[in-house]
Design a binder for this molecule. Structure first.
Ligand SMILES: [Zn+2]
Length: 298
């Protein structure tokens, strides 16, 4: 005879069943996570982006180590350690404008509710801020009006793959297809593929993904160096704190459309930037193209 479950046992059992039904049973390349970070960490944590205890972090890169070589945030964020960018610069990837002291780029994973996206963009415009939205192709397929909405507000629009899958685990031909499909949508909707491509499910693109992006016409990839983990919905105060406690000139911040806490946090973040003498600019303003060749060294 089975012993009756207590509520605690029942809850534990439900959690165990839910865990057994989630990520580990799915083929890895088919996982579409909401967070932009490294999916591998999240699968081990059984969830949505990264290990649940990881705080927000300013994540160092090989070319641009974090000041103080391993701040508390960088050391304690497991997502920052294994994702060093490749060092060959065939298709450069930028994540920080090291010599810019008075501007930052607020960049957004483009997906989710159009109403929330519109609310966030409107809040930015009310504060004179211009953002960079890396659109997921399936979002543009479902809400094609959002491409014009983003550009109409003076913001920048880029490519964040068609389905936000772990493209660094795909054969290059499939990774290319994920990039190309979104690029085609952007071109059809706006007349341009956009200057920027951002890797999905990983802070930095693998050499294979960088090559695929180059084939699709992207000469520079846009990463980030400050991740406030807003996609976990920690609350608006936490999102604002995670940004403002770490922000410095030259940072590229990774945030997400479609999250109410991010919408509420944005005016607080913009006010905090003003107090620190930092201007929120688009990625192309943070990384201007030199007249001769490529990006102005930073
Ligand atoms: Zn993303």
């Amino acid at each position: 005879m089975t012993e009756p479950s207590t509520p605690r046992n029942a809850a534990w059992s439900r959690r165990r069943v839910l865990r057994s039904l989630t990520l580990p049973t799915l083929p890895l390349p088919l996982l579409a996570l909401d967070g932009c970070g490294n999916g591998a960490a999240s699968e081990k944590a059984g969830g949505s982006g990264r290990a649940a205890s990881a705080p927000a972090g300013r994540t160092p890169s090989a070319q641009h180590p974090a000041p103080g070589s391993g701040s508390a945030s960088a050391r304690s964020d497991p997502s920052s350690a294994p994702t060093e960018p490749p060092l060959d610069d065939a298709t450069p990837e930028v994540s920080q404008a090291a010599h810019v002291s008075d501007a930052v780029a607020l960049t957004f994973h483009g997906d989710g509710s159009p109403a929330l996206a519109n609310a966030l963009l409107t809040e930015a415009e009310r504060n004179g801020a211009r953002l960079t939205v890396l659109a997921v192709g399936h979002w543009l397929a479902r809400y094609p009006q959002m491409a014009e909405r983003v550009l109409h507000g003076g913001h920048e629009l880029g490519n964040h793959t068609e389905n936000h899958l772990a493209i660094d685990r795909m054969p290059e031909s499939l990774a290319y297809s994920e990039i190309e499909l979104c690029a085609n949508r952007l071109e059809k909707l706006t007349g341009s593929r956009g200057r920027w491509f951002r890797q999905s499910q990983g802070q930095h693109a693998s050499p294979e993904v960088r090559a695929a992006a180059q084939r699709a016409g992207y000469t520079t990839l846009l990463s980030y160096d400050l991740d406030p983990l807003d996609y976990r919905d920690p609350g608006a105060n936490a999102v604002a704190h995670n940004v403002l406690s770490r922000i410095q000139g030259g940072n590229v911040v990774s945030m997400h459309l479609g999250h109410p806490g991010t919408v509420t946090a944005l005016p607080v973040i913009l006010d905090g930037l003003r107090q620190r003498g930092l201007r929120p600019v688009t990625a192309s303003e943070l990384f201007p193209i030199s007249p001769s060749a490529g990006i102005v060294p930073s």
